[in-house]
Design a binder for this molecule. Structure first.
Ligand SMILES: Cc1cc2nc3c(=O)[nH]c(=O)nc-3n(C[C@H](O)[C@H](O)[C@H](O)COP(=O)(O)OP(=O)(O)OC[C@H]3O[C@@H](n4cnc5c(N)ncnc54)[C@H](O)[C@@H]3O)c2cc1C
Length: 396
């Protein structure tokens, strides 16, 4: 039986584990975090391709998430500017992760074990962990996300690029919202797009994947432009410690939260303002992206965010990781030699990732379009139809 080591036990790593196991591999996953992962309830938009990928690894997709039937853009006064029929299932990171995690045997899942790099040897690769343990396998996969150590060793020139904006996210319980919001914006995939900002939101399951009316939550997402100095300040805690990539939510300073609340009162329409006000602690993440020119070499491959992060506007992170995993398993089935299989995998997935990466950048750029006459009330964004009809849609 061929052996694979996967570094990273989030969605990309577990998808790859399931796809390889189905092809007859013995797969061990090494995850840096010491406790089982949780996504703080972040929302995930699904695509048909993701649902097909879950089925391909024998995961049932019943009750995957909340069905929304249309998309609606609002202006600052809460008036409807545009409504498009757009059936889609929206779910949560936790739901997808828990389905994948349940499919992976506990005895092959190793928490609190971080990979620091690898060594390529004749016909095999060695994963090197932070306690200096070396584990030999036919294949080592870097599924260790955005700041991947495996990618850093394979492709030291690939650096993350800052987008110039952050995303604030929050979740509101359906039961806490007014009847007005529950009967309108809660039911839809909503948008508000004034210059310099972009708000989107959609309903997701409640705690424990509860899909019953009254028990669900609304996932609020706000992209907002920030200058480099301001971002540095936002990423600095009360003790003056600066977190270069993202700051743990409990360490965000009170004055940063106060400024955020004031900006929200100034900019948001009443419906989204109420959702934010009723939400548990909002948190922010700076948006970066990167794209790797290869996704495998020798006996070492990359999947998911380790290989490429497309900005979240295309909502492709999970679907892209799923497609990477299936393509990897298919290539390994098709070639007797692992380096050839990884070369074929790389060729197919680098091109697909690049399409998502550049499409997401284009969509991100629409945040800053400022037409003549301004767009403070969100009604005059010349890209409104494009934003509503192409955000979080599949990029083939
Ligand atoms: C605001 C926002 C909205 C999003 N919306 C969507 C959406 O609607 N649809 C969608 O599909 N995607 C969305 N995404 C993206 C999606 O969450 C990710 O792309 C997806 O989870 C990719 O997973 P991954 O496993 O490749 O990487 P990650 O989820 O980053 O996982 C990497 C894992 O590796 C572990 N790790 C890190 N370093 C090491 C190491 N050295 N050794 C061992 N383990 C390590 C980490 O602890 C982590 O568990 C969104 C992202 C953001 C920020």
């Amino acid at each position: 039986m061929k052996k694979a080591i996967i570094c990273g036990g989030s969605i990309g790593g577990l998808f790859a584990a399931a796809a390889l196991r189905k092809s007859g591999w013995q797969v061990d996953v090494f995850e840096r975090t010491e406790i089982e992962l949780s996504g703080r309830g972040a929302g995930i938009v699904t695509h048909d391709v993701l649902i097909e990928a879950l089925r391909a690894i024998d995961i049932t997709t019943d009750d995957l998430g909340v069905y929304v039937k249309d998309r609606t853009a609002y202006d600052k006064n809460g008036n409807e500017l545009l409504r498009l029929p757009f059936p889609q299932i929206v779910t949560s990171w936790d739901r997808i992760h828990s389905l994948l995690r349940a499919s992976h045997p506990n005895e092959h899942h190793h928490l609190g074990r971080a990979a620091i790099g690898y060594r390529q040897e004749q016909n095999k690769a060695i994963a090197i962990l932070d306690d200096k343990t070396e584990i030999e396998a036919d294949l080592v996969i870097g599924a260790d996300g955005f700041g991947s150590n495996i990618r850093a060793q394979m492709l030291p020139n690939v650096k993350s690029i800052s987008s110039g904006y952050v995303v604030w996210r929050a979740l509101a319980n359906e039961s806490d919202l007014s009847e007005e919001v529950r009967s309108d914006v809660f039911k839809t995939f909503g948008f508000f797009v004034p210059t310099g900002s972009q708000i989107i939101g959609y309903p997701i399951a409640g705690i424990g994947n509860d899909l019953r009316e009254g028990r669900r939550r609304y996932n609020f997402v706000w992209y907002i432009g920030v200058e480099a100095d301001e971002l540095k300040d936002m990423l600095t805690d009360n003790n003056g410690n600066y977190y270069s990539v993202s700051i743990p939510p409990p360490l965000v300073r009170d004055d940063v939260m106060k400024r955020f609340t004031e900006t929200a009162h100034r900019i948001l329409p009443a419906n989204f303002a109420e959702i934010l006000e009723k939400s548990e602690m909002p948190f922010f993440t700076p948006i970066y992206d990167h794209h790797s020119p290869i996704m495998g070499y020798g006996n070492v491959g990359l999947v998911g965010d380790a290989a490429c992060v497309a900005r979240p506007h295309v909502g492709m992170g999970v679907t892209k990781a799923a497609c990477d995993a299936l393509c990897l398993a298919k290539s390994l089935d098709n070639f007797s030699n692992i380096p050839d299989a990884l070369a074929a995998y790389s060729e197919e997935r680098v091109a697909a990732s690049a399409r998502a990466h550049y499409r997401a950048r284009d969509l991100g750029a629409t945040i800053f379009v400022d037409p003549e006459g301004g767009n403070e009330d969100g009604s005059r964004n010349p890209n409104l139809h494009e934003i509503v009809s192409t955000t979080a849609t599949i990029v083939i």
